[in-house]
Design a protein around this ligand. Structure first.
Ligand SMILES: C[S@@+](CC[C@H](N)C(=O)[O-])C[C@H]1O[C@@H](n2cnc3c(N)ncnc32)[C@H](O)[C@@H]1O
Length: 369
């Protein structure tokens, strides 16, 4: 079914077959979350309090058809324009609509009519529940590979989210290119998806149930990171990861040799600012404790938890992720890019050239990567 290796016309035909098969799966085969045969689409990650509160305002019909694999609720969304790729019945849209508030907007895109019917059918109910004078949600029918065919201006979105959808796409590079095009500079793609410990063989990718269950369409994690970099997201940051179990004996046997995990990444669009590696310029930041719901500390990703008032050494990339984005007002910035000290210590890529000399192999003693 999926067309990753095919070319030209046959690629287009196979992509259409994938779309049809996935539409069938989410439009007809599955009626509710518990119909899934694996936990790939529904991992049991603990919910932050603010998400719990927001979910209490979401309609049961929407909640019943949730098939996500993570929590896509980034901070600092008030007044922002957010787009959800593969929004399904709209659970994340309705959570984020509360975070962006009446002055913001949350748009969902999906290709499956049956999912969108549920999402659209509860728009007025949610507006009233949130106490908004006008609705701040919109649901568009479309393909995430063809966002340029929708009424969305390039560089018009602050934050794009997606929950367990990229793995279902037959053309993942195209999706990431579309995301990059739509984001404003300084914007981010914050999304959860499924990843594999190795490249999934063609025979498994052709299994419609494994694909529909968000398993066999998963990218090998390293291919994903390279793809993101090629598209322009130079420094993908991992936020959270959790193993996935296939709770169905038959399916489990087919994929026993591969490990799968759900993961949440954030990819910042910071054109011409981010470097391929974390470089040390002797910089640091101090968190001001002002991001809502995070008075004591705030985490940018899985290895940057910054405590209020404490000096935190950062590489040039992390500096830009805080300075060139909506997070800027919440930090004090120390230093500049005037002096380069080599690679940021512990960043993963060191050179044997200066082994033992203390030069160029990372001299910051910092807390970045
Ligand atoms: C696993 S479900 C996740 C739904 C939703 N994000 C959630 O968390 O409940 C995948 C959704 O993505 C949609 N989808 C899959 N591939 C798509 C594509 N290429 N373009 C648009 N929507 C797509 C499906 O219709 C389905 O609603």
């Amino acid at each position: 079914m999926p067309a990753n290796a095919a070319g030209g016309e046959s690629q287009a035909t196979e992509a259409t077959a994938t779309f049809d098969s996935v539409k069938e799966y989410y439009g007809k085969v599955l009626a509710k979350s518990s119909d899934l045969k694996t936990n790939a689409c529904c991992t049991s990650e603990a919910l932050p309090e603010r998400v719990k509160h927001a979910l209490a305002n979401v309609h049961d019909d929407v909640l019943m058809k949730y098939y996500g694999c993570g929590i896509v609720a980034p901070d600092e969304l008030q007044g922002k324009r957010v787009l959800d790729l593969g929004c399904g019945s709209g659970r994340d849209v309705y959570v984020l609509a509360q975070f962006v508030g009446e002055s913001g907007e949350c748009i969902g895109v999906d290709m499956t009519d049956a999912q969108l019917e549920v999402a659209r059918g509860t728009e007025e109910w949610h507006r009233a529940k949130f106490g908004f004078s006008k609705k701040n949600t919109r649901f568009l029918t479309g393909y995430i590979e063809k966002l340029d065919e929708l009424e969305l201006e390039p560089a018009s979105i602050d934050v794009i989210v997606s929950n367990c959808v990229l793995n279902l796409s037959p053309d993942k590079p195209r999706v990431l290119e579309q995301v990059y095009r739509l984001l404003k500079p300084g914007g981010e793609f914050f999304f959860s998806d499924v990843y594999a410990s190795r490249r999934v063989p063609k025979a498994l990718r052709e299994d419609e149930v494994l694909w529909g269950e968000c398993i066999s369409g998963a990218l090998y994690w390293n291919d994903f990171e390279r793809l993101a970099q090629r598209v322009g997201f130079a420094d993908p940051r991992l936020i959270k990861t959790a193993p996935i179990t296939v709770n169905n004996k038959q399916l489990e046997k087919k994929v026993a040799h591969i490990q799968f995990a759900s993961a949440t990444y954030r990819l910042f669009k910071l054109p011409d600012l981010l470097e391929p590696d974390c470089e040390d310029y002797g910089q640091a930041v101090i968190y001001l404790g002002t991001i809502e719901s995070h008075p004591e500390s705030w985490a940018l990703d899985d290895h940057h938890t910054m405590h209020k008032g404490k000096v935190f050494a950062v590489c040039g990339n992390t500096w830009h992720m805080l300075h060139g984005t909506r997070f800027r007002e919440h930090f004090e910035f120390i230093g500049s890019f005037n002096t380069h000290y080599g690679i940021f210590e512990g960043c993963g890529r060191t050179s044997k050239l200066f082994a033992g000399t203390g030069a160029g192999g990372g001299a910051s003693g910092g807390s970045c990567c």
